[in-house]
Design a protein around this ligand. Sequence first.
Ligand code: ATP
Length: 363
Amino acid sequence: MADLTLDHVSKFFDDGGSKVVAVDDASVTIEDGEFLVLVGPSGCGKSTTLRMIAGLETVSEGQIRLGDERMDNRPPRDRDIAMVFQSYALYPHMSVRGNMRFGLEESTDMADADIDAVVEETADMLGIADLLDRKPGELSGGQQQRVALGRAIVRDPEVFLMDEPLSNLDAKLRSQMRTELQRLQEELGVTTVYVTHDQTEAMTMGDRIAILNDGELQQVATPLEAYHRPANRFVAGFIGEPSMNFFEMEVHGDTLANDTFTYDLSPRSKEAVEGTSRVTLGIRPEDVELVSDDELDHTYETSVDVVEPMGNENAVYLEFGTERRFVATVGGMRRVEAGQSAVARLPEEAIHLFDAATGEALQ
Ligand code: ATP
């Protein structure tokens, strides 16, 4: 067992003469046994990164290592990696048992009886032991995904790579399988890189998450760190639902101002913005308070535009000055109606400040 390292890895594609930078100088070490979720919007380079680790794509620059051993120049079959795809990629003419055996028959010289034992033990662990003689076409989506997982597990690899493995399942099964996958990964202790575009999945599953945008790694952190201390505006806006509110502000000493409102800064925040002329003020919807006392600091008169139920909470869209809108989430029991006025408080301990030019966090 060993750490998996991406060391200044880039991938360039040639798209009819023009160069596409799919992955741009990515460096990260995934620790032995760690569950790392690679997350980002469509086209940001997640699959390409995973495919380079698997050996399905060459590396244009940089190195990939397992422990001290370089692996980017090895063929896929010599990498001791098992990959699970969104499409399951099962062989339709083979039984579940056949599909699970297949990977092992290819990669080891284990005796038949031993292979059978491993397959049965894994099927037991995944709750599919009674399905071993069926064909993939006779299984539900969730069962097929378990078989695909089983096929990866029997090989007992150093690394699991998973590319949106749950995205074909319905919402309920997806959340059930998330928990199950996490439990399995913990039990097996196999280093795992899991790709998803779904930030909820990333936040709930990863030991750490690596947030990718436009081929560039934005931040590698625990889900809580990324939520509370986003490295830049992109991460701040990507993590969290509804997204963080942003206001573009000019810095005037210890006050931030735009054409709608001003925001007074404490000495600590003032220090953070010193030397910057324009900043982005961010606040998460769940940190906006609707209060009755407009004498409190950092309170603003707003009117309620739309109230959107979100289960046990409501998203309250507030209008504020000329064409500024932001959102607050409040408990579902709280009566808030469209058209009413509301005093919103943006408490200073909850705000995030970013350099408006670079997007980098200032605190
Ligand atoms: P999605 O979530 O939509 O699958 P992704 O984050 O996995 O997206 P990639 O598939 O890794 O993104 O693609 C990253 C970038 O590289 C995209 O701009 C894509 O168009 C480009 N790309 C991927 N494969 C090729 C290729 N074979 N030739 C040219 N460009 C490619």
